[in-house]
Write a new protein. Structure first.
Length: 368
């Protein structure tokens, strides 16, 4: 059985960093018995709070083919020596910018095949945030000739093109994300002129929560908007709060903060429509999980989840407040029988996507 060493800044029970954690957790569960995984990660969540684990700085059993090492000391020598001790066949690096979990591994001399999973971080929308520092770092990697020393992992053809745009000589293998499919939820009653929205994601410019709030300011319908997710950018959240304070009285916004992943499905059951007009999504686990639960989705054209309207599964919108306001109004004024079609369409969209994938074969090609 081949061995895969995974270097990732955060792993379960940490959850506040979002998609990459879920992607790796789903992967090691889905590939049971095919590979032996060793996951090296921090002993804290993205906000610095310690995770609840029995021990740190030693290998803990995650499942019968996965061990996890929660390090309490962020030193490259510890990570590098751990890799050398494990002697893996593959090193799977999750993310591109972390100085320890990426930087300490990229140029380590080892016989293992190195795989760098960029996780949407080279999407033009992602590069537009703190762009100077990112471009400077990417130029350094180009100068060091990193594309000659590893294989890039992309989750789809679009991400492969983004990688190629930065590292023209890159070797790229494509393997999609293993998603979590929720059970279909029982929707609240849908009345014309009323809508319950929900967003799940980090509070940051990438997720465009402020744009949703700007769009709500122009609604005449009765709207309740639930926001779930940790604050990744305090200045951005202050802007969101200012927008919330300006909303008319028939628009209610409820911020829930971070919630444990296992409670999200029950909260989806209290909403009609999932909204997340992201600037970009490498995958968008929260979007897929909402679709699988039967929630129609309002999102941008910059995620894998397109052609929503054609499938009666939601709406893809341009990233401006007028377009988002129109999409919200569309669902708010929808009657119950029409909305049921979108409820079923959302679930069918997720099911059809799953049936079209050959994820196990893709990961066999990735780890070769």
């Amino acid at each position: 059985m081949k061995t895969v060493f995974v270097s990732i800044p955060w792993f379960l029970p940490a959850y506040k960093a979002g998609g990459p954690i879920q992607s790796v957790a789903n992967m090691v569960a889905a590939l049971a018995g095919q590979y032996r995984f060793y996951i090296f990660t921090a002993d804290q969540d993205v906000d610095g709070n310690k995770v609840s684990v029995p021990q740190t700085d030693t290998w803990l059993s995650w499942n019968d083919h996965t061990q996890v090492f929660y390090t309490s000391v962020r030193r490259k020598e510890i990570l590098q020596q751990t890799i050398l001790d494990v002697k893996p066949d593959f090193i799977f690096i999750i993310g591109i910018y972390d100085p320890l979990f990426t930087g300490a591994v990229l140029f380590l001399k080892t016989n293992a095949v190195k795989l760098l999973s960029v996780r949407g971080m080279l999407h033009p929308g992602a590069l537009s945030v703190k762009s100077f520092k990112k471009k400077l770092y990417l130029r350094y990697l180009q100068w060091r000739g990193v594309s000659n020393e590893l294989v890039f992992h992309a989750t789809d053809d679009k991400e492969a093109a983004h990688i190629r745009g930065i590292f023209s000589a890159a070797t790229i293998r494509i393997a999609g994300n293993f998603p979590q499919c929720n059970p279909v939820v029982s929707m609240p009653e849908k009345k014309q002129g009323h809508l319950i929205l929900i967003s799940v994601g980090l509070i940051s410019p990438m997720k465009n929560i402020a744009l949703v709030l700007e769009a709500l300011e122009h609604q005449t319908e009765s709207i309740v908007y639930h926001i779930i997710g940790g604050i990744n950018d305090q200045d951005y959240w202050m802007r969101c709060q200012a927008l919330i304070n300006q909303l008319p009285t028939h628009i209610a916004v409820v911020y829930h903060g971070d919630v444990a992943p296992h409670t999200v499905c029950s909260m989806l059951a209290g909403a009609h429509v999932f909204i997340l007009p992201s600037k970009s999504e490498n995958f968008g686990h929260a979007i897929f999980e909402a679709l699988s639960a039967g929630l129609p989705v309002i999102t941008s054209h910059h995620t894998p989840w397109n052609m929503l309207q054609e499938q009666q599964a939601g709406l893809n919108v341009d990233l401006n407040s007028a377009a988002i306001s129109s999409s919200i109004r569309h669902f708010a004024n929808m009657d119950a029988p029409t909305f049921i079609h979108f409820h079923h369409g959302a679930r069918q969209y997720a099911v059809d996507w799953l049936h079209k994938q050959s994820l196990h074969q893709q990961y066999q090609a990735l780890f070769q």
